[in-house]
Write a new protein. Structure first.
Length: 69
């Protein structure tokens, strides 16, 4: 069976420094993505805490208002 992978023969060979730079850039991107995910998760948790507050609704003159318990 023939090998159907494409090989870029015209490309420059990779050196250790170029590989290291590309890996560092990828690691930095993953770290930024993880930090953004952590910030979003923390904000989401705070909003859920605020939305699950103990409140009851009181109707005054046809207007309902939330009142903390």
């Amino acid at each position: 069976m023939m090998n159907n992978r494409n090989i870029n023969a015209s490309g420059k060979p990779e050196t250790i420094s170029t590989t290291r730079r590309r890996n560092e850039a990828a690691a930095l991107l993953r770290e930024k993505r993880d930090q953004a995910r952590q910030r979003f998760s923390a904000l989401e948790a705070r909003l859920k805490d605020f939305s699950n507050a103990n409140v009851s609704y009181v109707s005054v003159n046809g207007i309902s208002m939330p009142v903390p318990r």
